[in-house]
Design a binder for this molecule. Structure first.
Ligand code: CDP
Length: 235
């Protein structure tokens, strides 16, 4: 089947029905704008299953998404959208790039949840972008920007509660949004340990891609453990 697009972690194919795509999740892992490359065995299965579960949960909590259904262990069916070229990052505690940029230690709680935007452009290293610049460049409308911010904060509230019930704290995450043909904004891309930071409550253990980025070991085990908790329910 002809590929429509191949990214770092996923491949997009035409879907079986008009207006759909089939998304295949790979084991390939990259970090630091693809300067570090590797594979995480079983990651594609884990990320497909976690993303599917979280999309279903978010739909039930008032967040429209591109997700339609799981097709196989590594594949999901999604609605075709036009991706808004912004990475929408939500933060609850300082970590990663944010901690470095402002010279603060990792793990400091933020006084309020923060929504940040980066331009989706690998060649430029996904630079941080102001709301005003995104609007001036015509990347989206003011109404879309307000809707994306509202949905990002709703996702944060829903996922924080979801993970806390499973002994994990949601530190930060990245979302992407898309437009349906009628202009409706929906959550797209994936939500997985590749795109979130999750710290185990009590121990502070990192249960996400930072284990790969920082060579902490136990990468596969952490991904499997997150999957176990996500599908296993609260408790
Ligand atoms: O991950 P890094 O320190 O480079 O950047 P960050 O801005 O601190 O990342 C915030 C959150 O967004 C983390 O959970 C990252 O995993 C996620 N992220 C992502 O999934 N894709 C990107 N291109 C950038 C960040």
């Amino acid at each position: 089947m002809e590929k429509l697009y191949e990214g770092k972690a996923k491949i997009v194919y035409p879907g079986p029905e008009a207006g759909t795509y089939r998304v295949y999740y790979k084991d390939d892992a990259t970090a630091f704008n693809a300067q570090k490359r590797g594979t995480i065995a079983g990651k594609g299965v884990v990320n497909n299953r976690i993303s599917a579960q979280l999309f279903r949960y978010l739909e039930a909590h008032g967040v429209p998404t591109h997700f339609l259904r799981e097709l196989s262990e590594r594949e999901m069916l999604v609605r075709q959208v036009e991706i808004v070229p912004l990475e929408v990052i939500v933060r609850n505690r300082t970590a990663g790039t944010f901690a470095k940029r402002y010279g603060v230690e990792e793990g400091r709680p933020l006084a309020r949840a923060l929504v940040e935007f980066s331009l989706k452009n690998d060649a430029l290293g996904d630079p941080l972008i102001y709301d005003e610049a995104a609007l001036a460049l015509g990347l989206l409308s003011e109404g879309e920007l307000a809707r994306i911010r509202e949905l990002a904060l709703r996702v944060n509230e829903a996922l924080k509660a979801f993970f806390l019930e499973r002994g994990l704290e949601l530190i930060d995450f990245k979302l992407e949004f898309g437009r349906l043909p009628d202009g409706t904004i929906v959550l797209a891309d994936e939500i997985s340990p590749d795109t979130m930071r999750l710290w185990e409550v009590g121990t502070g253990e990192k249960m996400d891609k930072d284990r790969f980025r920082r060579d902490l070991g136990g990468v596969e085990e952490a991904y499997q453990e997150v999957l176990r908790r996500v599908v296993g329910g609260a408790g």
